[in-house]
Design a protein around this ligand. Structure first.
Ligand code: APR
Length: 244
């Protein structure tokens, strides 16, 4: 994208944001890429000889909870030193300016909250939280967990409080996300490939309800042509320019 058309597109997005009272941002793995978060797909998604997508399932946990916990402890260890980048920080700034703002993220890394975002809806949960498979209690725990961690309340087996492949999203979380998407005047979609539902349909949903929709991504996605504006490039470089 040349600098002239980039500037024109930035101006269009800024104008839409300045008019909007209700703004939603939807983020995916791409916003955390510049912080060094490894992705689940491709070569980075391999742990030992396992594919991450084969371990992040309820079946894998039922079969071998030790192995799944070993994998999550490894991921937690990798994520622990990582810090929010300029894109996360730009969204904190945007939240401070907009009367009603909601950040919907598919990321489980917790970097939006670490950056200082307040209104955050984590569609796929959070890797720093654990949930008891017995009593359902959810707690935050950043320590290195034992191979089979137990619930402090009932002694049941804990699992990561994340949504695994093949599991449904929390209906309350989903409902809140779609309500916000339907009623916002501007939606920013950042760093998501648009391959995983339900987030993949939120852009078109917002558009149908009359919102301005802009996308920031390294590459075009299946829905790119249907949005008002797409900025191709790194979120850490483009988002601060949107918000500036
Ligand atoms: N800036 C902007 N976009 C980027 C950057 C960057 N620095 N780096 C990568 N991207 C883009 C990629 O081009 C890709 O289109 O971010 C997108 C990331 O896509 P996915 O890896 O598919 O991530 P996401 O859309 O969040 O995946 C959804 O699937 O892996 C599961 O549950 C996991 O929440 C995840 C869900």
């Amino acid at each position: 994208m040349d600098e002239k058309s980039l500037k024109e597109n930035l101006a269009v997005i800024r104008q839409a944001l300045s008019r909007a009272h209700r703004v939603v941002a939807l983020t995916g793995a791409g916003i955390s890429a510049e912080s060094g978060v490894p992705t689940f797909r491709g070569a980075e998604g391999l742990w030992r000889h396992y594919r991450a997508t084969d371990l992040a399932t309820p079946e894998a946990f039922a079969r071998d909870p030790r192995l799944v916990w070993e994998f999550y402890n490894w991921r937690r260890d990798l994520l622990a030193p990582l810090r929010p980048n300029a894109a996360h920080l730009a969204l904190v700034e945007l939240e401070g300016r907009v009367p009603e703002f909601l950040l919907i993220t598919q990321n489980i890394d917790g970097l939006h909250r670490a950056a200082g975002s307040r209104q955050v809806l984590e569609l796929h949960g959070n890797i720093w939280q654990v949930r008891c498979t017995g009593c359902g209690r959810i707690t935050e725990d950043r320590t290195l967990l034992p191979e089979l961690p137990a619930c402090g309340a009932c002694g049941g087996l804990l699992r990561p409080h994340v949504v695994w492949f093949g599991e449904s999203l929390d209906p309350m979380v989903l409902n809140r996300a779609f309500k916000a998407v339907e009623s916002c005047q501007a939606l920013l979609i950042i760093g998501t490939s648009g391959n995983v539902q339900p987030a993949a349909s939120m852009g078109l949903h917002a558009r149908r309800h009359g919102a301005f929709v802009a996308e920031i991504n390294l590459e075009a996605t299946p829905a790119t042509g249907a949005y008002d504006v797409t900025l191709l490039g790194k979120a850490g470089e483009l988002l601060p320019r949107v918000v500036r």
